[in-house]
Design a protein around this ligand. Sequence first.
Ligand SMILES: *Cc1c(COP(=O)(O)O)cnc(C)c1O
Length: 427
Amino acid sequence: MPNYALPDAVFEAAAARFPTPFHLYDEQGIRQNARRLNAAFAWCADFREYFAVKALPNPSILRILREEGCGVDCSSGTELTLAAACGFSGDEIILSANAMPPEEYAQARALGATINLDDQSDIATLRTHGGIPSCVCLRYNPGGQFAIGNMIMGNPGEAKYGMTLPQLQESLAILRAEGVEAFGLHAFLSSNTMDTSYFPQLARLLLTLGKELAEASGLRFAFIDLSGGVGIPYRPEEKPADIELIGEGVRSAYEDLFPEGGVGIKTELGRWMTGPCGWLVTRAVHEKKIYRDYIGVDASAVNLIRPAMYGAYHHITVCGKRDWPLDHVYDITGSLCENNDKFAVERLLPEISLGDLLVIHDTGAHGFSMGYNYNGRLRSAEILHTVEGEDRMIRRAETPADYFATLLTIPGHPDDSLAAAVLPPQR
Ligand SMILES: *Cc1c(COP(=O)(O)O)cnc(C)c1O
């Protein structure tokens, strides 16, 4: 089921106040998800969710998650800056490194963040950029295919992330010689999966490996980091992942391997936490009938690239027409000069009239944040629908001045007047 937590009246009221398109987020839903996750893992004394900032990098959202006891997983220096500004302390921040600019290690170390190393060569970089902490997390890539039963869940052998087992062993020996006392293990082997055995299986794999590596290296095994990957039902016929069952499955693996406890558990869920709690609200502004019927909307792939990039399905409803028969077939398109700029292809929908408000579901993770500026199209506003039922703009829409703001001018050069003509006047 798509998330119908908010009635159409909420989207209509917001669209009466703020120009479309915009993403609207449901604070209540985000808080409920954080509470469910924390309850599902409450059996583990040392559990924490580190929300993947890249999924929804807005300080108002991060503040809500912080109030719910979550930390943050950062993938860049900019996200570290955001995390620090939001008041997250070192033990509430993870830096997941991947071909990282060296300065970003130093920045993470200065914050006291947990460092998740992607490659053995990163040890040397960390040594000279911030120094090696007493506990380091290592990212594991088992190679080949990751299967549960006979279901292939992912292709780690083709993924750029993580280290092989021999590299893990060697890294731990190097780290031990550097004075490191403890380590954590991280892996991300399946994305957007609803399979409730994924986290339990991954936990078993990492706990087993950690136990062996601790014995061989003499280092203390401090935690596993199950990372992200728990999916959401984008399609109406899909069932949501049962997070309580997932928590119990991880518990069973944990109690088999560490009945005495002592190993922490971290998660870095992004999509599961906020994905269903966001909607892209857009208006039908154009209709054309050629070989197919097209409804043009005022949002485009710059506001939500997942359909264009992955052919991803996002459910669409039309405000005020939820109960109408789905007796029209439309392609729902944006205005980009790219034929993949379609939010839906040959989708059964109710009859759409110009001016109708369309709600594109499940945009609360990897939605706004994957935006870009092709065709000079601009990023939208973000609205927070608060627990109190108020709509608060938590990011304004971009203006052309934002788009031009990074142009450089050389005084005296003939191009200077061209840039000056479009740059904001205050320069
Ligand atoms: C993207 C990412 C996540 C979040 O993934 P979801 O699919 O949104 O749960 C977590 N950890 C790392 C290291 C990531 O790159």
